[in-house]
Design a protein around this ligand. Structure first.
Ligand code: SAH
Length: 238
């Protein structure tokens, strides 16, 4: 590939950040329950003219909020099982397809997560993750503060890797979204609201389902604050 050049023809090694306010934002949200309150908050409408391949269950809502073109993209319901298509495979695909089709200035992966009380996480806390990594790939490199794998539970092997590497929150999409956004050189923010305490006493599925609706409201408020904050700003100001 030819080296990048700036407008004076000088070679530059990094992709430059546009010096204009952020205009298009894509939220990647795994579950319908997580997405619905934000769709209403920003008064978005479901797009019937899909920019995605025919037949996929992926759903896009879009509209204008303040000065921003906001899109919320969800993987939709699994065509066979009828459940939300959570996890890394769908998250990667919709992130890739959305960046290709919509060319956003910024991607925001918003969702719920398990939190570690040993790191101070409580139900309903919302984290802006500073770092992300996969925990179920057995590659012994340090992992980040948001740890992603394709399971809701935590086997002892994963626990060792996650705890030893200092993670505060654990989800099923973040690192996949990070991987694709990085491939396509698109900035990304991770916003994760704690539905369950991973190192607590209660079974995760039970605690997750019990708190999902209330914690989604906290996620919704935090996402609105993030969007209000980025409105009118350049990426370099974030
Ligand atoms: N029962 C749901 C599946 C939920 S999977 C269904 O029918 O579709 C859990 C979702 O919440 C994932 O999107 C994941 O990112 C997030 N999550 C919440 N708590 C988690 C935890 N402790 N570990 C991993 N992911 C968690």
């Amino acid at each position: 590939m030819a080296p990048l050049q700036d407008d004076k023809g000088t070679e530059v090694t990094e992709v430059s950040i546009p010096k204009r306010p952020i205009s298009t934002v894509v939220f990647i949200i795994a579950m319908q329950t997580e997405a619905s309150p934000l769709v209403e908050k920003f008064q978005l409408a479901q797009e019937s003219n899909s920019v995605f391949p025919n037949g996929v269950p992926w759903v896009r809502y879009s509209g204008k909020y303040k000065d921003l073109n906001i899109n919320i993209v969800s993987p939709g319901k699994d065509v066979v099982l009828g459940v939300d298509s959570v996890g890394t495979v769908s998250a990667s695909l919709i992130t890739y397809a959305s960046i290709q089709a919509l060319q956003p200035d910024l991607v925001i992966n918003a969702g719920t997560a398990g939190g570690f009380k040993a790191k101070g996480a409580c139900i309903g806390d919302v984290y802006l993750a500073s770092d992300v990594a996969f925990h179920d790939r057995r590659i012994p490199i340090p992992i980040g503060k948001l740890s992603t794998g394709d399971s809701l539970d935590m086997c002892p092997h994963d626990e060792k890797a996650i705890v030893a590497n200092d993670a505060t929150v654990k989800d099923m999409e973040g690192a996949a979204v990070a991987y694709v956004a990085d491939l396509l050189k698109t900035p990304v923010i991770f916003l994760k609201a704690v539905t369950d305490i991973v190192d607590g006493d209660r079974p995760t599925p039970e605690e997750f389902l019990q708190n999902l609706a209330a914690v989604t409201a906290a996620l919704d408020q935090a996402a609105t604050r993030v969007v209000d904050y980025i409105n009118g700003k350049n990426l370099s100001e974030l």
